[in-house]
Design a protein around this ligand. Structure first.
Ligand code: NAD
Length: 346
């Protein structure tokens, strides 16, 4: 029996890039058993809920999953998840609900430039650790009459310490040189001030890894101007979300930025940084590389770095030689064409 991995096929470009990713992972020497997990449209069809508790339970058992993007706007409004014990989780979006129902708390997004593709940013190598349980995406917002709205930016010591600890561990395990905390503590003195204070507390316990901090606006500027200033970045939910799309744009495409959602008990749900790209869905032109590289993160997580390196090298070769590129990178290739080229190189 192979390694059982949950597969959330998503919608928009999700099914296309999932097929390409599974094709590449099947070309490693690992035997997988893909377990479909009904979430989104499939959840509604099978269980009458976009995030059925049956699927949450299955993902908790599997601990390993590949998730394609989901069109969040389809399931607009607050999402209520009723648990067996009678408690209810209330979430602002489906993606947020998946992360929080599964107890996933950090989203590492290693973003790298590629020779032949990323121009001035081909040496960019920034790993963004995005906190994914709170901040302005906590879902605590309300209207004040018809003319105003309030949204709470939640920061807790628990979440801020946990993501900082993960970032220093990540830096140590991956041979990285520095961890930078991104914040706006001059203006958001309490919420971001606490995030920064927790980071400094953890940094003091990890003196072997240099650390510093930057305001989020300065970080955006320096990322564009001199990205070599950064190595590992730790950021709250929204700043991490925005900065990872910026970094992806700098290296050439959202289709190059992989990611993972990691929990405290070894759970991992890998997913690309980008969304469901409805503007190009169904045309077989989506770039599958972000999800394929996310698949490589799953291989590393299960201790198969040898196979992860095989996938990553093949991706780099295909990109360096500008073989079979999708239109976002200036080519005329197809989603499966890119996958086949990568498999050929493996
Ligand atoms: P998006 O990331 O889907 O697309 C932004 C732009 O990048 C579009 O022009 C798109 O064509 C392009 N793009 C994205 N991925 C690409 C790829 N692999 N190859 C080539 N081009 C690619 O962002 P959006 O348009 O703001 O959001 C679309 C939908 O996706 C929304 O419903 C949003 O809520 C959802 N979304 C889901 C996730 C997720 O599931 N994790 C994340 C972000 C957005």
């Amino acid at each position: 029996m192979g390694i059982r991995v949950g597969v959330i096929r998503g919608n928009g470009i999700g099914p296309e890039i999932t097929q390409a990713t599974l094709r590449v992972l099947e070309a490693t020497d690992i035997e997988f058993e893909w377990v479909p997990v009904a979430i989104g449209d499939e959840g509604v069809e099978q269980y009458g809920h976009p995030l059925p508790q049956e699927s949450v339970k299955l993902l908790k058992e599997l601990k390993l999953a590949i998730k394609a993007p989901l069109l969040v706007d389809k399931f607009k409004g607050r999402l209520y998840c009723e648990h067996e014990d009678g408690s209810v989780g209330v979430y602002p979006s489906l993606n947020n609900a998946i992360r929080r129902e599964l107890g996933l708390y950090v989203c590492p997004r290693p973003i790298r430039g590629f020779k032949g593709i990323s121009g001035a940013y081909e040496d960019l190598d920034v790993h963004i650790m995005r906190e994914i349980t709170e901040d302005v995406y906590s879902g605590i917002e309300h209207m004040v009459g018809d003319c105003a709205a309030e949204c709470i930016k939640l920061t807790t010591r628990k979440a801020a310490l946990r993501v900082a600890e993960y970032s220093f561990d990540y830096a140590r395990k991956n041979g990285r040189k520095k961890v930078t905390c991104v914040h706006k503590a001059n203006a958001v003195s309490m919420a971001d001030g606490l995030f920064l204070a927790c980071f400094r507390e953890v940094a003091a316990r990890n003196p072997d890894i240099p650390s510093d901090d930057f305001m989020v606006d300065a970080t955006a500027y320096y990322l564009a101007k001199c990205p070599e200033k950064f190595d590992v970045i730790v950021a709250s939910n929204q700043y991490g979300d925005i900065l990872s799309d910026l970094a992806a744009g700098l290296v050439g495409s959202l289709g190059l930025a992989p990611g993972a959602n990691v929990g405290e008990n070894g759970e991992i749900v890998v997913e690309a940084s980008h969304g469901a790209a409805p503007d190009i869905a169904g045309r077989e032109i989506a770039n599958p590389i972000a999800l394929i590289l996310s698949g490589a993160l799953l291989l590393r997580h299960i201790g198969r770095c040898d196979q992860a390196i095989r996938v990553e090298r093949a991706v780099a070769e295909v990109l360096n030689e500008r073989l079979s590129l999708t239109p976002d990178l200036g080519g005329t290739g197809t989603t499966m064409g890119v996958a086949e080229e990568i498999v050929g190189r493996m």
